[in-house]
Design a binder for this molecule. Structure first.
Ligand SMILES: Nc1ncnc2c1ncn2[C@@H]1O[C@H](COP(=O)(O)OP(=O)(O)OP(=O)(O)O)[C@@H](O)[C@H]1O
Ligand SMILES: [Mg+2]
Length: 329
């Protein structure tokens, strides 16, 4: 199986709230971890969504192995990045003060300080840590290296701003270390080694948000990846769809068949069934309209089914397999 994204090291997953960003990010991390590849799955919203998905205790600010990829799979590690810890780590890296001083820093309120940071600076700390994980090399003693990083990112409405760490916070960005840092991060985020994937469902609002998000990413010169259509319904009823929608399904035949199967058929029952078929057909019609809008966006598209049993670890592997078959990973 070959991937559509062979050069990408950093997969950013965004989308409208609740469409399945975290689920898709987790499944993508698994999918990328086949054939001995190791993958880091990061979250930055402080909600411990990854821990819940993999049913493990809350993640600390440290990389923890949480799963194994399929097919001679390598390791999937996870990391919950918060701005406070990233800031402490950054300070200790550039102003090494040792363990006690680190604790002092903490006591003197760096952590409190970080919680009051301007949002733009907060984003610099978060993306800075992601950058560090992507660019890490063998010179960083003891640090684990990954073949790919997957970021469960903020939603579409905030993604361009989140990734566009260059501009947002005025004078500070012009000063030495911060400037150098943001420029390095931006050059990774704008390079072909990054792809920003957008998760959607087949409804009007999320599809509109996807289209707007793609525009914003392009304006910010950030690389648009694929559109992942999540929670799709099985495509039953394909031939009879128009008949169902326009109320032309053969009522008498259906009544006879139900009776033949030993069912106590009432008018009410048949009416209910036909009405359900009609509604299903209408939903499918609306979904196909959304599919057309998505196709017009002209980016690679992938579909993932709504898993009836909900999402557990087995479900994540199932979605990972779908991704591999379609070339997302
Ligand atoms: N393919 C799927 N099949 C079945 N259930 C799914 C699927 N994808 C997501 N879900 C369910 O939908 C809900 C929302 O998914 P998820 O938490 O991944 O969304 P999200 O976009 O990360 O949400 P938020 O914006 O709150 O971070 C969860 O309950 C999840 O289990
Ligand atoms: Mg989420």
């Amino acid at each position: 199986m070959s991937t559509d994204w062979p050069r990408v090291r950093l997969h950013v997953v965004t989308g409208k709230g609740g469409t399945g960003k975290s689920t898709v990010a987790a499944a993508l991390a698994l999918a990328l971890a086949s054939q001995h590849k190791s993958v880091l799955l990061c979250e930055v919203e402080g909600r411990q969504g990854i821990a819940q998905l993999f049913d493990v205790p809350p993640l600390p600010y440290a990389e923890r192995k949480i799963a194994q990829g399929p097919e001679e799979g390598g390791d999937v590690y996870a990391l919950a990045i918060d701005a406070e810890s990233a800031m402490l780590e950054y300070l200790q890296l550039y102003y090494p003060l040792g363990g006690r001083a680190g604790k002092l820093l903490d006591r003197f309120g760096v952590v409190d300080f970080a919680t009051t940071l301007a949002p733009g600076l907060r984003d610099v700390l978060l993306t800075g840590k992601v950058y560090e994980a992507v660019e890490r090399n063998s010179r960083n003693r003891g640090a684990r290296q990954y073949d790919a990083i997957v970021l469960d990112a903020p939603p579409t409405g905030r993604i361009a701003q989140f990734l566009n760490v260059n501009g947002e916070f005025g004078e500070l960005a012009k000063v030495g270390a911060v400037k150098g840092q943001t420029q390095k991060v931006m050059s990774l985020l704008r390079s072909p080694r990054t792809a920003v994937h957008l998760v959607t469902v087949l409804e009007d609002m999320p599809v509109q948000e996807t289209a707007d998000g793609i525009d914003e990413l392009r304006t910010a010169k950030l690389p648009v990846g694929g559109v992942i259509v999540n929670l799709t319904r099985p495509k039953e009823l394909d031939e009879a769809r128009d008949l169902a929608r326009t109320g032309q399904l053969p009522r008498a035949e259906i009544t006879a068949e139900l009776a033949g199967a030993g069912i106590d058929v009432t008018d009410e029952l048949v009416h209910g069934l036909l009405e359900e078929a009609k509604q299903h057909a209408e939903r499918r019609e609306l979904e196909d309209e959304q599919r057309e809008r998505i196709a017009a966006l002209d980016v690679p598209t992938y579909e993932l089914p709504r898993l009836a049993e909900g999402i557990d670890l087995g479900g994540l592997y199932e979605l990972a397999e779908d991704m591999r078959e379609q070339g997302l990973a």
